[in-house]
Design a protein around this ligand. Structure first.
Ligand code: NAD
Length: 299
């Protein structure tokens, strides 16, 4: 029987830390502020926007939402970000993805001040991850308070935290990642390399995907294709992290892995929903708290 790697126990531990840090900061007269920018009406980012806002209120974090219309120009978004970069009440800026097609996503993410880039997707944050300048966060429990430090992208870092919580060793393992987006697959591959795993990254042009996935001690899937990974594509006793979240026509959600057949063959597997997702949001909010501490020099 596979161990079900639920995200909620990991998220609860992080929320406990956040609650006490928010209280401590209030004692210094400082509030934690998260700016949230959402453009248009994408259903899945709309849901994430609502969930994040609710969690902020529960945890005592001030939210500063900006809802921009679908036809907004790039300049208006950049202007909004510039104001938030200079606003002392705000220590984290989160832009909900995807943005409408006419908006250059990289220009938006790169406009966020690196020290407020709590989602870790700007070029400076990614570059520091690739250069292994921010990967100390993968090895130390406590944050580094230097203002110059950036944050690791939340979803892939959430995968690492989840695996560590369930006692899955990464060093020396053969890890296959399906999906090479900056948000998930590529950034996760950089973190796994920093952890000294042997990493293979697959994508939509990969030849014989099943041959690669069957070689994995740990298989991480972020393709956005429900049912992509079936039981015949995995190694007996391996560890499966399903990062995909796909909304199905009946309104339910599914990952990229056929849970029923696969879970009978493996040692550990994440559920969808309830696996990586809850950890991602918890890390984002934790980053916002750490950013506030850095801004005000409070440990
Ligand atoms: P994306 O569309 O940017 O990237 C998808 C990647 O999968 C690409 O690299 C593509 O080459 C690859 N791919 C697509 N079809 C494939 C196939 N048939 N075989 C092999 N590779 C294939 O998507 P993304 O932003 O990386 O998101 C991927 C999934 O992860 C989505 O379902 C998304 O909802 C989910 N996601 C979850 C979280 C979370 O917190 N759990 C966060 C971000 C994204």
């Amino acid at each position: 029987m596979a161990v079900l790697m639920k995200g909620s126990p990991v998220a609860s531990l992080i929320y406990k830390e956040i609650r006490s840090e928010v209280e401590k900061l209030k004692g210094h007269g400082v509030s934690v502020g998260l700016a949230m920018i959402i453009v248009g009406s994408n259903a899945s980012s709309g849901q994430y926007f609502i969930t994040t806002g609710n969690l902020c209120r529960k945890l005592g974090i001030e939210e500063y939402p900006s809802r921009l219309p679908e036809n907004v120009s790039l300049n208006v978004i950049l202007d909004t970000i510039r104001k938030l970069n200079n606003d002392e009440r705000i220590s984290g800026i989160l832009v909900f993805l995807p943005l409408p097609l006419h908006i250059e996503q990289r220009a938006v993410l790169n406009a966020i001040a690196p020290e407020k880039d709590v989602d870790g997707l700007g070029a400076i944050s990614i570059g520091r991850l690739a250069a292994e300048e921010s990967t100390y966060q993968l090895f130390t429990a406590g944050p580094n308070f230097s203002i110059k430090n950036t944050f690791l992208p939340c979803t892939p870092y959430g995968v690492i935290r989840l695996l560590e919580h369930y006692g899955v060793e990464l060093k020396g393992k053969d890890i296959v990642i399906v999906g090479k987006s900056l948000t998930v697959g590529k950034s996760l591959s950089l973190m796994m390399l920093a952890k000294e795993a042997t990493v293979t990254v697959c994508h939509r042009a990969t030849k014989d995907l099943a041959e690669k996935t069957r070689s994995a001690d740990i298989l991480c899937v972020a393709a956005g294709k429900p049912g992509l990974i079936t039981a015949d594509m995995i190694k007996q006793g391996s560890v499966i992290v399903d990062i995909g979240i796909n909304s199905l026509p009946d309104g339910s959600f599914a990952g990229d892995v056929e849970f029923k057949g696969v879970s009978e063959k493996v040692s550990h597997i994440t559920p969808v929903p309830g696996g990586v997702g809850p950890v991602t949001i918890a890390i984002l909010l934790k980053n916002t708290v750490v950013s506030t501490k850095r801004m005000f020099g409070i440990r």
